[in-house]
Design a protein around this ligand. Sequence first.
Ligand code: TPP
Length: 375
Amino acid sequence: MSLTDESRAPVELPDPEPFSLISASGKAVPAKARRGYNLPDLDILQKLYRRMVVARRWDTQVTALTRQGRLSTYPSARGQEASEIGTVTAMRETDWLFPTYRDSIAVWTRGVPTAELLSGFRGDWHCGWDPKMHRTAPQTTPLATQALHAVGFGTAAKLSKDPIAVATFIGDGATSEGDTHEAFNFAGVWQSPTVFVIQNNQFAISVPIAKQTRARLLADRAVGYGIPGYFVDGNDAAAVYTIVSEALDRARTGGGPTIIECLTYRIEPHTNSDDPSRYRGSADVEAWKAKDPIERLERYLDSKGAIDEALKESIAIESEEAATAMREAMNAEPALDPMELFEHVYSSRRPALLEQRDALAAELADSPNAEEASE
Ligand SMILES: Cc1ncc(C[n+]2csc(CCOP(=O)(O)OP(=O)(O)O)c2C)c(N)n1
């Protein structure tokens, strides 16, 4: 292989102007700025709108139940619906998703039942759902580990000639992890059918993006890995859907990986235990609320006569049904057995594991709640 080998041809730096199809005021972006792309059909836009509204209701309800102590923690994706829902709506059922703790609405939209999805946030030790059934991997908390899982999975699919694509979400803070670098590099070298969706919500808990990187854009990194990179308005569901669809198609047909940076904003605290007033001002939050992904799509659909009271009513009913189903699922006490933690770790149990198991069993037996627990 020489340095002029065509398979290693340089890729271009992404355009620093975020790619958008529908502006914050809900108008179609002028044709010239659309860079040759058309808006998705109205039925797709209606689907994106419906899914975002229902997902926001779902997210709001989880946050409320967290305040009531029904869940121990929940990282909300409010404000990030266009990136989350735009991505999963672009995916086929046969594609695989590798999500993080932030991406519950994406996982839920892929069909994972609420009770199974939220079991981890209630303190259970396992994933809660069958990843194979939903083609959705567990939500990872150790930052960026999912990016490596995605590349490995995608490469295995490629080797076995399974024509699927893999999508994975990465936070802006997580791009500073070594795992992200390794995932990008291996994806480029192996031409893994993996689409990396970086959700740049501008904060890693309290650390702003300016303290995270000196680079102009996170998507600029793609060039160094020989991977196409895109910088997208992450509050424009039409733009996210369009660019992710194209990248997934490319991945499924042997065109390798893509890195897509979606510029968005986390409206809620990092989780329910965070106090964002200590590191950001409310003016910033208000400015981003004005770029709300749902309102802009609603304005556009309205201007096209593609949204009426009947549609809004049916979406409202679906949203309330989702919230009610969640309340019912979360009001049932989960049957959690901490001793299960030691099952399914190794096929034959190691002495150190047995020791830990016995120590926990002894601790539980000694605990003041032991009798209550065994009742
Ligand atoms: C390897 C690792 N280091 C540190 C943490 C602690 N941690 C949890 S969330 C978080 C911030 C991540 O921010 P970002 O990647 O931007 O994602 P966001 O939470 O904004 O979606 C940190 C540092 C962790 N979970 N894993």
